[in-house]
Design a protein around this ligand. Structure first.
Ligand code: NAD
Ligand code: UFG
Length: 336
């Protein structure tokens, strides 16, 4: 079975490629390298000890993408390609709507024309908005996103639901990720943010390696055990394994299913800092800063549905996530 991976050179995509190859799937990667480098895929090949075709291209380039479906036999698509910076999406909403929504619509049209109707989509816990109570489960009402990035995920979920209603021969798996962190245990692939990291763990890693002097903790007055924001951090290799399970299920059934991929455990910002310090024996200086606009206090998953239907649960704990992040960062201080 051959799986097309859009955005396969990126953080989650590259880890998923390794796990798919380990599970004996054939893969084809399609990426425009707007937020990644070809080196990540060279390392995927090295880790898996296998070769696979790579196409440099944009999902909005219908001619190029259609060519891939003509040349390769594609049984299913895992669709990671998209822009993901929350702050940037507020400054450049049209670019986000064009790339994420426009790109996905084009991909779906080409898939339909090629007769390939199986897709796994990277969604986000951000679609739960700020009104639901934790733990978030898949039956809750979605909406109330606070930035254009989140809204693209919400709209794409709606587009996929409409598509399935119009043609129930599609197999669609919407995966709502919580907070992916960590890296492959080899330290060869990991998260490689451009510029100043927006997310907590890459920022901590850059403080640890001496690139940034201090971590700003955004708010210590939330209604949480220590006042700092609580999230459901999930090891990226566990997340990758969730994609293997989701795509395997797609190959045998039609339908549209939504799954949370999280651990079901919430950790605060200070929990993360303390665990990183303990596991890696490195001090992380912090300063308390104002709350960040758009942040919610607490976000964690009810991860039962993925357990029951996909047979998937996260295997790695917070110590593993902190150790593997540092192993990647210290071996690749400047990324790829
Ligand atoms: P990433 O930026 O590392 O990977 C995305 C990849 O897509 C990159 O390699 C980029 O070059 C490529 N890409 C972007 N636009 C493209 C286009 N138009 N055509 C072809 N390739 C394109 O991000 P990631 O963290 O690996 O995230 C993967 C997916 O998961 C994204 O859709 C993201 O929104 C979603 N997601 C990520 C998180 C997270 O915290 N990392 C959380 C929830 C959802
Ligand atoms: N935080 C800090 N300092 C930092 C960065 C983050 O204190 O320098 C705090 C945030 O305020 C929050 C927590 O650390 O309480 C986690 O923040 P992240 O930016 O790492 O993650 P978010 O939960 O804000 O966002 C992530 C993804 C989004 C996705 C969202 C919901 O980045 O793409 O989860 O799933 F939409």
């Amino acid at each position: 079975m051959s799986i097309l991976i859009t955005g396969g050179a990126g953080y989650i995509g590259s880890h998923t490629c390794v796990e798919l190859l380990k599970a004996n799937y054939d893969i084809v990667v399609y990426d425009n390298y707007s937020n990644s480098q070809p080196e990540s895929l060279a390392r995927v090949k090295e880790l898996a000890g296998k070769d696979f075709p790579i196409y440099e291209g944009d999902i909005r380039d219908t001619k190029r993408l259609a060519e891939v479906f003509n040349v390769e036999k594609i049984d299913a698509v895992i669709h990671f390609a998209g822009l993901k910076a929350v702050g940037e999406s507020c400054v450049k909403p049209l670019e986000y709507y064009d790339n994420n929504i426009g790109g996905t619509v084009k991909l779906l049209q080409i898939m339909r024309n090629a007769g390939c109707k199986r897709i796994v989509f990277s969604s986000s816990a951000t679609v739960y908005g700020s009104e639901n109570e934790v733990p978030f489960n898949e039956n809750m009402k979605v909406g109330g996103t606070t930035n254009p990035y989140g809204t693209t995920k919400l709209y794409i979920e709606t587009i996929l639901k409409d598509l399935y209603s119009s043609d129930n021969t599609w197999s669609i798996s919407i995966l709502r990720y919580f907070n992916p962190i960590g890296a492959h245990e080899s330290g060869r692939i990991g998260e490689n943010p451009n510029g100043i990291p927006n997310n907590l763990m890459p920022f901590i890693a850059q403080v640890a390696v001496g690139k940034r002097p201090v971590l700003s903790v955004f708010g210590n007055d939330y209604e949480t055990k220590d006042g700092t924001g609580v999230r459901d951090y999930i090891h990226v290799v566990d997340l990758a394994d969730g994609h293997v399970k989701a795509v395997t299920r797609l190959l045998t059934k039609t339908g549209l299913d939504i799954y949370n991929l999280g651990t079901g455990i919430g950790y605060s910002v200070l929990d993360i800092v303390k665990t990183f310090e303990k596991v890696n024996n490195i001090e992380i200086p912090i300063q308390i800063a104002p709350r960040r606009a758009g942040d919610i206090a607490v976000c964690y998953a009810d991860a039962q549905k993925a357990k029951v239907e996909l047979g998937w649960t996260a295997q790695r704990n917070l110590d593993d996530m902190c150790r593997d992040t540092w192993n990647w960062q210290k071996n690749n201080p400047d990324g790829y």
